[in-house]
Design a protein around this ligand. Structure first.
Ligand code: C2E
Ligand code: CA
Ligand code: CA
Length: 630
C-alpha cells in the first residue's frame, strides 16, 4: 500500500506559515517574500499530489499485471475493488460483486468452525494464509491458495482487507496424478512396492479364522540377457505382458511389481495347498510369450511363504520372501523355494555377501566412486557431477549399488558405507581443486537410513574440515520417500541447517514416491531430480510426457531447478528442452566414470580453458556400462 498524503513535509509548512504571514505582515516587501513562500509550498504540494497519483497508477498497473487474483474490501469485508485476474479466475466482473461480502464467494464446503478460526487468526495476527474452496460464476468449485492482510489507517483502526489468491486447481490435479504414480508401477500399471506393503498389511489385518495368505515372489531368470538381446523396449513389453498374465491368473488376489523383473502375488485362501498353488503359478507362466515373432519360454525362480505361519507382519514377510527367493536362486534356475526358518539364520546366502561387504568397508579397497556429468540443456555445459558407488567384488566382479545398498541398509552397514562415500567424494573434490579442475559440485546419494540414524551431519562436517572443501561443492541427493518418513524426524529444520552450511539439496527419484506439493513448498530445496522411469519412454508415451510437463511447470512455479536423469536419446533431450527442463544427466552425455578417467581427460594446466572434455555420447566405459541400466 502507498503512504497516504503526508503532512510531514517542511516546504508545505513553510508555505502555510507564508500564507498566514501575508495576512498580517504590514510591509509590502515582506508580503512579497511570504507570497513566494506560499508559491513554493503550493508547488511542493502539487508535486506530492502528482507523485501520489503516479504511485496509485503504478499500483493499479501492477494489480492488472499479476496472475494472482486480488480483492480489496472495507472493514466489514464488503468488496470495493478487484483486479482483472480476479475476473479471469472467477468469471465475476467488479460490477457483479461490488458491495458483496467477500466470504459469499466461498464454496459451501467449509463449516462455520473453519470461518471462526479464519476470523480469529485474522483478528489476532492481521493475516491469514491457507487453502480455500471458492465458487466460480458458473457454479463450479475450485481450490485457491489465499493470503489475506488486514490494513489499518494511520490511527491504527482497521480500514481494509487485501486478499491475494492463486487458483491451484491445476496443481491439485497434478498432485493427484503424482500421488497415483506414487502407488503404481508406471510400466505395468500394477501396484508398486510401497502399495504392495499396504495391500499385504491390509490383507493380514482382515484375515478371518481358518484363512491364510499365500505369497510368492516371482523372478524371471536371465531377464537381463533377454533385455540385451531384444532391446529395452521389447524387454519392457515382455514385463508388461508378464504382469498381465499373472494378474489374470490370480483373480481376486493381488499382483504387483517390486521393480526390475520381480513380481509379487498374494492370495487369501482357506486351502492348505501352498506348494500346489506355487506350481500352478509356474505352469501358467511357463506358456511361451510371443514377442516380435519370437516365442519366449521363461525360466522362473520363485520364493514363497504363507501367513500367518511364517509371520504376521508385512515387513517380516517381505524379508522372508527375499530369503526364500535367494535360497531358490542358489539352487540354480527355475526353482521354487518356500521359506524355512533356517533360511533366516545361517543359511542365507546373502550373509556371505554381507560379510564380504563388511570386509570391503574395513579396507575400502574394493569400493569406488564413479562420476556422471550433469549438463545444462541450453548450452551443453557441465554443471556438476553425481557420485555413484561401485563395489568391485573379488569373486563376483562389479556389483550394482541397486543390489548391495539394500543389503547394507538391512544389515546395519549403511551408515559406514555412507560415511565412506562422503569421505571419498570430498577427497576427490580436494584433489580436483589441487589439479585446477573446474569447481563444480559433486552430488552424493544419501540413503534414508543415513538420515534416520542422525550421523549424517557430523560425518559431513568432519569430512569438510578434514579435506578443506567448502560445503557448496558437496550436494546432497535425498530420495523423496525420506521426506515423509517420520523416522527421519522433522526433516525441514535439518535440511535448513544443511543448506545454511552451504550444501545444495536435491530431491532424488522425484515422482516415484508420495509426491506432494505441500512439502515441496515447505522444504528448503535447490533441485528436483526427475526419475528416469519418466524419461525412458519420452517423447512417445503420452502419459509420461504429460507428467514430465506437469512437473516442470510446477517446479517453475516453485522456483526449483529440474534435472532429468537417464537421458539416452536426442529425442528425449529435445522434448525436455522444449518443455523447459534446465539440466540433464544420462548416457547421451556421459556414462559414470572413475575419477582417474576424468582426471586423465582434463586439459593441461596453462591452456587457459579449464573446461573438461565431455565423454563421447556413445563412448564405451567398458564393463561399467552394464551397471548403468537399472
Ligand atoms: P540413482 O540415484 O537414480 O542414480 C542414477 C542411476 O541411473 C545410476 O545407476 C546411473 O548409472 C544410471 N544412469 C545414468 N544415466 C543413465 C541413462 O542414460 N540410462 C540408464 N538406463 N541409466 C542411467 P547406478 O549407478 O546403478 O545406481 C543405482 C542406484 O543406486 C542410484 O540410483 C542410487 O539410488 C543408488 N546409489 C548409487 N550410489 C549410491 C551411494 O553412494 N549412496 C547411496 N545411498 N545410494 C547410491
Ligand atoms: Ca541419485
Ligand atoms: Ca534416480
Amino acid at each position: 500500500m502507498w503512504p497516504p498524503f503526508s503532512l510531514n513535509r517542511p516546504l508545505l509548512w513553510v508555505g502555510l506559515v507564508g500564507l498566514t504571514a501575508t495576512l498580517w505582515l504590514p510591509d509590502l516587501l515582506l508580503r512579497g517574500v511570504a507570497l513566494t513562500l506560499v508559491a513554493v509550498g503550493l508547488a511542493d504540494a502539487w508535486r506530492q499530489v502528482r507523485r501520489e497519483h503516479l504511485h496509485a497508477r503504478l499500483g493499479q498497473e501492477a494489480l492488472a499485471l499479476t496472475e494472482d487474483g486480488v480483492i480489496i474490501t472495507d472493514a466489514a469485508n464488503r468488496i470495493l475493488a478487484v483486479n482483472p485476474a480476479f475476473t479471469r479466475i472467477t468469471g465475476f466482473s467488479l460490477e457483479e460483486v461490488r458491495g458483496r461480502n467477500a466470504t459469499s464467494l466461498a464454496a459451501p464446503r467449509h463449516d462455520t468452525a473453519f470461518f471462526e478460526r479464519y476470523w480469529q487468526t485474522l483478528q489476532a495476527t492481521g493475516r491469514w494464509e491457507g487453502e480455500l474452496w471458492n465458487r466460480r460464476k458458473h457454479g463450479d468449485e475450485y481450490p485457491e491458495w489465499l493470503r489475506v492482510r488486514a490494513i489499518s489507517d494511520a490511527s491504527g483502526r482497521l480500514s481494509h482487507y487485501v486478499c491475494l489468491f492463486t487458483d491451484i486447481s491445476m496443481h491439485k490435479a497434478r498432485e493427484r496424478d503424482l500421488r497415483r504414480i506414487g502407488f503404481e508401477d508406471p510400466l505395468t500399471g500394477l501396484p508398486n512396492r510401497r502399495r504392495l506393503h499396504d495391500l499385504m498389511a491390509s490383507r493380514l489385518r482382515h484375515l478371518r479364522a481358518g484363512e491364510s495368505l499365500d505369497i510368492a515372489l516371482v523372478d524371471i531368470d536371465g531377464f537381463k540377457a533377454i533385455n540385451d538381446a531384444l532391446g529395452v523396449e521389447q524387454g519392457d513389453r515382455l514385463l508388461a505382458r508378464f504382469g498381465q498374465r499373472l494378474a489374470h491368473h490370480v483373480a481376486g488376489g493381488v499382483v504387483g511389481r517390486l521393480g526390475g523383473d520381480e513380481f509379487m502375488v498374494i492370495r487369501t485362501t482357506t486351502f492348505d495347498d501352498h506348494d500346489k498353488w506355487v506350481a500352478g503359478l509356474r505352469a501358467h507362466l511357463a506358456e511361451p510369450f510371443e514377442l516380435q515373432g519370437h516365442s519366449l519360454r521363461l525360466g522362473l525362480t520363485i520364493g514363497s511363504c504363507r501367513a500367518p505361519e511364517d509371520g504376521r507382519e508385512s515387513d517380516t514377510l517381505f524379508q522372508r520372501l527375499e530369503s526364500a527367493l535367494y535360497a531358490a536362486k542358489r539352487h540354480g534356475r527355475n526353482h521354487s523355494q518356500r521359506f524355512r526358518p533356517a533360511l533366516d539364520v545361517q543359511e542365507s546366502p546373502q550373509l556371505g555377501l554381507v560379510n564380504d561387504l563388511r570386509h570391503a568397508l574395513a579396507t575400502g579397497a574394493q569400493l569406488e566412486l564413479h562420476y556422471q556429468g550433469q549438463h545444462r540443456l541450453d548450452d551443453g555445459s557441465l554443471v556438476g557431477w553425481e557420485a555413484l558407488l561401485r563395489w568391485r567384488h573379488p569373486r563376483d566382479g562389479l556389483i550394482s549399488p541397486a543390489d548391495f545398498i539394500p543389503l547394507a541398509e538391512r544389515h546395519g552397514l549403511m551408515a559406514s558405507l555412507g560415511n565412506w562415500v562422503i569421505d571419498e567424494a570430498l577427497a576427490c573434490q580436494a584433489r580436483w581443486r589441487r589439479l585446477g579442475m573446474p569447481e563444480l559440485p559433486v552430488w552424493i546419494n544419501v540413503s534414508a537410513l543415513q538420515m534416520f540414524q542422525g550421523e549424517l551431519e557430523s560425518a559431513l562436517s568432519a569430512g569438510l574440515a578434514r579435506h578443506g572443501v567448502p560445503a557448496r561443492l558437496l550436494g546432497l541427493e535425498i530420495t523423496e520417500s525420506v521426506l515423509l518418513d517420520e523416522r527421519a524426524g522433522d526433516i525441514a529444520p535439518r535440511l535448513e541447517a544443511l543448506r545454511a552450511l552451504g550444501h545444495p539439496i536435491a530431491i532424488d527419484d522425484f515422482g516415484t514416491g508420495y509426491s506432494s506439493l505441500s512439502y515441496l513448498k515447505r522444504l528448503p530445496l535447490d533441485k528436483l531430480k526427475l526419475d528416469r522411469a519418466f524419461i525412458h519412454a519420452l517423447p512417445g508415451d503420452r502419459a509420461d510426457a504429460a507428467i514430465v510437463t506437469a512437473v516442470l511447470a510446477m517446479a517453475r512455479g516453485l522456483d526449483l531447478e529440474v534435472i532429468a536423469e537417464g537421458v539416452e536419446t536426442e529425442a528425449q533431450r529435445d522434448f525436455l528442452r522444449a518443455a523447459g527442463c534446465d539440466v540433464v544427466q544420462g548416457f547421451l552425455y556421459a556414462r559414470p566414470e572413475p575419477a582417474a578417467a576424468l582426471e586423465a581427460r582434463r586439459q593441461p594446466p596453462g591452456s587457459g580453458a579449464l573446461a573438461l572434455a565431455v565423454a563421447d555420447a556413445g563412448g564405451g566405459a567398458g564393463e561399467l556400462d552394464a551397471l548403468g541400466a537399472g
